[in-house]
Design a binder for this molecule. Structure first.
Ligand SMILES: [Zn+2]
Length: 52
């Protein structure tokens, strides 16, 4: 897959998640803690996140 996958990081709990995760909860906020201040980030390695 592409190595430039966009990820977001929550500035509160520090967890990273994808755009799809946010769309799943239908809102621009952290799917883990609900915090609304998030930042775009990128993973240098092609680390796979386990999807359900
Ligand atoms: Zn969070």
């Amino acid at each position: 897959m592409s190595s430039g996958r966009k990820l977001y990081v929550c500035l509160r709990c520090g967890k990273t998640f994808s755009k799809e995760d946010m769309e799943y909860i239908s809102g621009v906020k952290c799917p883990y803690c609900g915090y609304r201040i998030i930042m775009k980030t990128r993973t240098p390695s092609a680390k796979r996140i386990k999807a359900k």
